[in-house]
Design a protein around this ligand. Sequence first.
Ligand SMILES: Nc1nc2c(ncn2[C@@H]2O[C@H](COP(=O)(O)OP(=O)(O)O)[C@@H](O)[C@H]2O)c(=O)[nH]1
Ligand SMILES: *[C@@H]1O[C@H](CO)[C@@H](O)[C@H](O)[C@H]1NC(C)=O
Ligand SMILES: [Mg+2]
Length: 429
Amino acid sequence: MAAGSARYVRYIVFAFVAVTIVYFITHSSYQGIRLQDGTFPGGSQGGHGSDTGTASGDQQTSPQPNSPPAERPGVMSDYDPKEYPMAMTPNDPGWNDLVGIAPGPRVNATFVSLARNSDVWDIARSIRDVEDRFNRRYNYDWVFLNDKPFDDTFKKVTTSLVSGNTFYGEIPAEHWSFPEWIDQEKARKVREDMRERKVIYGDSVSYRHMCRFESGFFFRQPLLMNYEYYWRVEPSISLFCDLHYDPFRVMKENNKKYSFVLSLYEYKETIPTLWDSTKKFMKNHPEHIAPGNSMRFLSDDGGETYNRCHFWSNFEIGSLDWLRSKAYVDFFESLDKDGGFFYERWGDAPVHSIAAGLMLPKEEIHFFDDIGYFHGPFTHCPTGEQRKLDLRCHCNPKDNFDWRGYSCTSRYFDLNGLEKPEGWKDEPK
Ligand SMILES: Nc1nc2c(ncn2[C@@H]2O[C@H](COP(=O)(O)OP(=O)(O)O)[C@@H](O)[C@H]2O)c(=O)[nH]1
Ligand SMILES: *[C@@H]1O[C@H](CO)[C@@H](O)[C@H](O)[C@H]1NC(C)=O
Ligand SMILES: [Mg+2]
């Protein structure tokens, strides 16, 4: 009965192949990244669905203006962190689970990028890195802000890359212009003078509006009012390592208000009187100065002068509620009245840093060593070989800025009594 058994074998082989095909089809969906399931309306929001329902895709066709809903599925205001342990080290369960949507709660948080339409391809690269290394598994929203309306290309490209919902906001003119108390002629002469002295961005009006906006207004835009935490992302940054946990949860669960990856000294020419204004504020508002603050990070003589150390604000994960607090807003308004955003060229980095350094207890500022990061010309590459291997980093250790002379990160460790990461002595100096 050779013919009969041959047919029998063929049936078995056929059934096996069929089962195998069905298995691969049902198990091969590329989780975390979905193709757009709709067209792009003229509206200001694009969106994606997601497996955990952390973002809802059912508002995509609504016309602008749009805003994120206060209630978002997956976002929990109160939960017991112990019920949802995060893998913080390679020994923790789940460290290697980097496929699929991450389980557990989501924080009331969003990415935020200020950008021009012409920044589209540079912000696209940044988004791609953030998604690949983190957000494809978490699907957090992304808010884009611009002093002009975003064009269709910008919205299409960014919405296609972000795994969460996207929102596009236009900044009101009052937040991107000269306040009435600024003497235009005086401001113009300063720009002329800085142009001659070749101070970086010294002759730019728009850069000053940008710095003032990032210092005092981004966190109060309507699109950001529905969130508690933000992660700022600029065009042309890179992320070098996988993120094995949710940094928003690290912020929330440890009561952190501000965080950084790179710190350095500010250009002297851009902030000649910033510290004078700060001292005036401290005198007028002693109630806003936190006991146990980070003055030692900012000053080497007990507050008499500023050592120009600041956290580099092109990367920030922080608390919007803190920036919206009376303390922070009083500080910004006091600086704004003094006019240094226009009579000098105060950057938002020293402004945020001084605020965090003086108005937060030092424990509320966090250093994210695990987040390998580049923004020209500086690199933060996590310290130590094993750490980089565990995190699957692709940065060159020789590029790490952390322990070089021009970095302020050593001071941060010293003032907080923190032990420097293993291997820091062998890193570039
Ligand atoms: N909408 C808008 N965004 C701007 C403007 N100037 C700068 N930005 C954004 O502000 C941030 C800082 O600007 P950038 O050119 O990266 O300055 P740098 O990092 O200090 O060299 C980036 O997110 C830019 O996209 C502007 O005139 N309009
Ligand atoms: C998120 O935070 C904002 C601002 O604090 C709040 O108004 C909103 O209700 C919160 N949403 C959720 C889902 O917790
Ligand atoms: Mg930049």
